[in-house]
Structure formats: structure tokens, C-alpha cells
Design a protein around this ligand. Structure first.
Ligand SMILES: Cc1ncc(COP(=O)(O)O)c(C=O)c1O
Length: 405
């Protein structure tokens, strides 16, 4: 009997052939993984040079606040550097409970749960809450963490995507599903991370409620930014009763890392005991919990950080618009500047980099083809000088590349 041998392909061949990044580095056109030597709020040091930073998510400019640094250092002394285990087992610290209590109160919810990352909080909100026959409705622009949560769960089988920020399209889809079995869950965001649009959470939630759907809002970029004290989209729109679950992250306005879910006690309890990405992940370490807690207390009591942020954001938005840039209708601290083709975006980034402005281009597949952007954001720690320097560079590079006249 003869045996035919099939040629086995090396599974690592794809990695060996991948040379896009190397090519870009060789041409000096690689904008990613820049190693920051020192952080200074509105600026950073890279290779010994100072750059104005317009790409961070530190919306309230609190990452260098001495009180937050101190709280984090003290937590190292008390709890050590890490928990080394799941919240379920040996990873729950007293300070997790304090943060959960204060966060729930701040968000106007019965309970909260702290996660090791915002990504995990978002993914778990889908994995735990979407059961086999439930119908799940996503704003098309929802973050990858929600989509990946859907892939890990039954939601993927019954996922509907409605047009971005379009409650009418959502209604059309909910109506078409009338009579079908299963629960309904609608996922949207308080502020969308690429377009910088504030979510139409009020309209979306009103439609959702009409069809008996539950509403989950990812406030990763809305916490600290929207609402009179930064509580998020549900308070900003006065629809606390229509947003059932608020999910978010500590890696932006909270000057830390980690994530959270805030909801009714029974929902939080259910997620806590069934959400696999939560259960099988080491707990958020004490120093990170302490930083988030201190940031929450500052956010609650010191409105000037948010006021400064909005002042800076409004200054940049109106000036960039006056220069003729297309900002995709952004109305939040995230201001995308349209570049167009990928190549133009990379050259735009390089010109800004040479002018000592640190920006982050977003290229396909993160954005649609031909719609590459320079994603900028502004915060309460930027000085007027830094903003003017950034504007000057945007104007000159934008003109040189004929993005503006
Ligand atoms: C909208 C949105 N949701 C969730 C996340 C995940 O948060 P983290 O990076 O803190 O894990 C991000 C992060 O960028 C985000 O932009």
C-alpha cells in the first residue's frame, strides 16, 4: 500500500512573511510603539526630546496628580505589587470593595464590579448577559472589546448591527424581530472612540425600552467627560432609568488601568459568578485600584479638571475647523482629523512628529479604507502654549500635504 504524503505548511510562515512594519521603520514612516521616557501631562519625552502629546486618553489630565501617585505608592506598601489571583479566590482586596461601593454611588447604580481591564469588563458584559436565543443589537462603531465579547458568546449567532448613532435604524431592526423568542440587548457607547461622536444614547435607549430591550452603554470615553460630575452618558442625558448597565474603564479619565460594570445588584452578582473573562483573570492590583479610587474622589469634587478639558477641546475644535480640516462631526474631547488615504495619514503623522507633536494615526482596518485619520484628543493638563504649537504644526503640515488650502 502506498502512502501519499501531504506537504505540511509551516503555521508560522505568515509571521515570517510579514514585513509591513519593518518596511515602514526603514522608511522612517512607522508611528507606533514610540517608547516614552517621561510623562508630563500635556507632553512626553521620547529619545530625549519633548513632544506635545495629543493622543492620550488622560482626559482630566490626572495621571501626574501628586495625590493619585501617593495613593498608588501607599497601596503598594499595604497590598504589594499584585494580587496574583482571581477576584474569585485570593484576589479580592478591601480596597476593591471600597472602589466598587463609591463607584456605584457615583454612577447612581446599586452595585459595581471592578475588572482587570476595561476590555475585559466590556467583553464580559456581552459574554455573561447574552444567552443562546437572545437578540443582540450593536451600534456599528462599537469598540472591538464588545465585538470580541460577542465572538466569545452566543451573541455572535444573533448579532444585528444598526447604523451608527441611528435610533431609527435600530427601531426598524427591533420591529422586524417582533414575535421572535429570546431577550433583547442593545449595546452602544457614551463617546465613540474613533469618530469622537457623543452617542445618541437617549434616542437609542428610548427606542430600546419601547421594545423591551435592555441597554448597555460603554462609557470608556464618557466617564469623567459627560455628566455634571463626569458620571457618564446616562446622567448627561438624564436617562438613568433607561441605561441598565454602565461599563467602562479606568485607563482614561481615572488615571489608572482596569475596568468596571455598574448596574442593579442582581445583575452585578450574576456577572460576578458567571462571567468567564472576569473569573479567569487575575484581579486588578492594589496600586491601580488606589489610583482609580483617588481619581474618582477628585473627579467628584473638583470640576475644574473637566472645565479645563472642555475649554481646551473647544479651542482646538474651533481652530482646526477654521483651518478647514474635516473633524468628522466630533463633539467630544476626541477630535479625529481626516487625512484620507493611508499614505497621506502616515505622511501627516511624520510631519507632525518632526514638529514635535505626538499624534496617533488610525488606519484601515480600524477605520474604513480611504478614511484614515489622525486621532487627536485634548485634556485638562494641556497648556495654551502646547495647544498653539500643535495648531501651528497642523496648519503647516496640512497645507504642505494639501489636506487644507
Ligand atoms: C470604547 C472602548 N471600550 C473599551 C476599551 C477597553 O479599555 P482598556 O484599554 O482600558 O482595556 C477601550 C480602550 O481603548 C475603548 O476605547
Amino acid at each position: 500500500m502506498t502512502q501519499t504524503m501531504t506537504q505540511v505548511v509551516d503555521a508560522f510562515e505568515k509571521a515570517r512573511k510579514y514585513n509591513r512594519a519593518d518596511d515602514a521603520i526603514a522608511q522612517g514612516l512607522y508611528p507606533y510603539f514610540k517608547a516614552i521616557q517621561k510623562h508630563g501631562g500635556g507632553s512626553v519625552i521620547v529619545d530625549g526630546e519633548e513632544y506635545v502629546l495629543t493622543g492620550s486618553n488622560d482626559y482630566l489630565g490626572l495621571t501626574q496628580d501628586p495625590r493619585i501617585r501617593e495613593a498608588s505608592k501607599n497601596a503598594i506598601d499595604q497590598y504589594g505589587t499584585t494580587c496574583t489571583g482571581s477576584r474569585f479566590l485570593t484576589g479580592t482586596l478591601e480596597i476593591h470593595a471600597v472602589l466598587e461601593h463609591e463607584l456605584a454611588e457615583f454612577m447612581g447604580k446599586e452595585a459595581a464590579l471592578v475588572f482587570g481591564a476595561g476590555f475585559l469588563a466590556c467583553a464580559t458584559s456581552v459574554v455573561a448577559l447574552c444567552a443562546r436565543h437572545d437578540l443582540v443589537y450593536f451600534d456599528r462603531e462599537n469598540h472591538a472589546s464588545l465585538y470580541d465579547g460577542a465572538r466569545l458568546s452566543w451573541a455572535w449567532d444573533n448579532l444585528r448591527r444598526f447604523k451608527h448613532n441611528d435610533a431609527e435604524d435600530l427601531e426598524r431592526q427591533l420591529k422586524a424581530d417582533e414575535g421572535k423568542p429570546g431577550g433583547r440587548l442593545v449595546y452602544t457607547e457614551g463617546v465613540f472612540s474613533m469618530s469622537g461622536h457623543i452617542g445618541t444614547v437617549d434616542e437609542v435607549a428610548t427606542v430600546a425600552k419601547k421594545y423591551g430591550a435592555r441597554v448597555i452603554c460603554d462609557d470608556a470615553h464618557a466617564s469623567g467627560v459627560l455628566g455634571p460630575r463626569g458620571e457618564g452618558a446616562h446622567v448627561h442625558f438624564g436617562i438613568e432609568d433607561k441605561v441598565d448597565v454602565v461599563v467602562g474603564t479606568f485607563s482614561k479619565s481615572f488615571a489608572s488601568v482596569g475596568g468596571f460594570i455598574a448596574a442593579d445588584r442582581e445583575i452585578v452578582d450574576y456577572i460576578k459568578h458567571t462571567g468567564r473573562p472576569f473569573i479567569f483573570n487575575a484581579a486588578l492590583p492594589g496600586p491601580s485600584v488606589a489610583a482609580a479610587l483617588e481619581a474618582l474622589r477628585i473627579m467628584r469634587s473638583e470640576p475644574h479638571h473637566r472645565e479645563n478639558m472642555w475649554k481646551n477641546v473647544n479651542f482646538m475644535r474651533s481652530n482646526l475647523l477654521n483651518l478647514g480640516f474635516d473633524l468628522l462631526g466630533s463633539n467630544s474631547p476626541i477630535i479625529p482629523v481626516m487625512a484620507g488615504e493611508e499614505d497621506t495619514a502616515i505622511r501627516f503623522w511624520r510631519g507632525l512628529w518632526d514638529a514635535k507633536i505626538f499624534t496617533t494615526p488610525s488606519l484601515p482596518p480600524a477605520v474604513p479604507s480611504g478614511k484614515a485619520i489622525i486621532r487627536t484628543s485634548y485634556n485638562g493638563a494641556h497648556t495654551q502654549d502646547q495647544l498653539e504649537k500643535a495648531l501651528y504644526a497642523f496648519e503647516h503640515v496640512g497645507k504642505a500635504l494639501q489636506i487644507i488650502r
